[in-house]
Design a protein. Sequence first.
Length: 480
Amino acid sequence: MYRTSSRLVRAALAAIAVVSAWLAVASSASATVPVTQTSMPGFAAPETEEKYNQVGVIKVGSPQAKNVLVFEPGTSAGAGYFVPFAKWVVEHATGWQVWAVERRENLIEDQSELDKAKTGEATPEELFNYYLGWLSKPPGTIEPHFKFVPDSSVAFARQWGMNVAVEDLHRVIEAAKALHGSVVLGGHSLGGSIVTAYATWKFPEGNAGAVGLRGLVYDDGGSRPTPVSAKEAEESLEKLSKKTPWLSFGGVRTPFLGILSALGSTLTVVDPKGEALLEKFSGLPESLKCRIPPFTGPFVRCTNEAGFGYSVNVGSSPPNLKAGQIHGGKGLEEVAEADGLHGWNGEGALTPVQRYAEMLSGTGLSSADGTEWYFPERLTIDTGAVANGNENPAQSVLDVHSTQGSNLPQVLKIYAFATELGKQGVLTSAETLAKQSEIPSSNLTLINEENTYAHNDPAGAYPNNEFFNHLVPFLEGIAK
């Protein structure tokens, strides 16, 4: 099915009282959905300390459900990102679990004070001081505090590329298959590139990774059809060998983006109306500080919720962080409350700011959130050689084995959803992948919401969500 849709006015929202009651019931139902965190032995990556050779999984839904949707996060995203959405899915897709992959790099994070804040054992000020406040104080003033991880102690992460990600994912997929139901592999953003890499990977037994899968889901991601050259691959590895193993997302260096995301979201959850503590951090980019109007107006004091919303909302979030944006409502309240703080106006939001905060904070989770503080640049480099599973010279340079792009099972179902970031290219990549293996067009569900959805709205939009509306019947149609 191919459809281009726009954001229409839903008549179902006519009565505010009815909607409020419905949301209360839905929220209560979500609270009862089982969520478990586990880990399993991962790939023995070269030179990697043994404690990092494991992969985490957050399992959402009944353990008795035999069908599994495995979700791979995108660039600088953690498994917690999918949990609110996954709860919603398993409430409506009978017989399904959702497993969110927690990649090995998350083991490096120090989540200790965040765990305390989530359970009320640390105040917002203590949380802020532990991770950022200590930086502006004389040495020894705040102890203990966050310790930076020297690049020299994790040099092996320069080899955490596509081969490592796919091999770790293979362990998760095999565990899902052991339940003897249908297994679907999905990914958001760069996670979509990993989906294609896995599906077209030539494993030692000679089969493509897609063998045994019933479907693929692309949430605004996928693989570019044209690969980088072998020379470009070699040059990228040479540059990587001389610098940090970690990617700077949107120009914000590691681990600050992850810390800012974790703190901003968690403070929004635990103290939404308190004064935005991140605004007190001297290292906070000016583009993320509350201004009315955005970008050009004077700086204003705002709440934690408003500060977080301002930094992620389309219209106020800076262009370099477009991959982190949502449609979160009208924006900062122009008139301050009696305490002088400007709040957040979420009217018209696709993704409520509080819901997105829960996604990134990892509400209810232990030692996990929705952001990767340390994202291996090698993984980004290697996506350039996937090329929709077609063999090319760069693959031998980068140890990428996605060569089975024309050997996928013809019964495979594919669902791709495009937003204003991925645009039509997301759907074209999915169509091209299907054509290579003569998968019939009737097996494809392609939805284009590039005019209405930001990059994170598919997982965050609530209670009206086009991605969700098509995903549930997609899953139900291939359940065992």
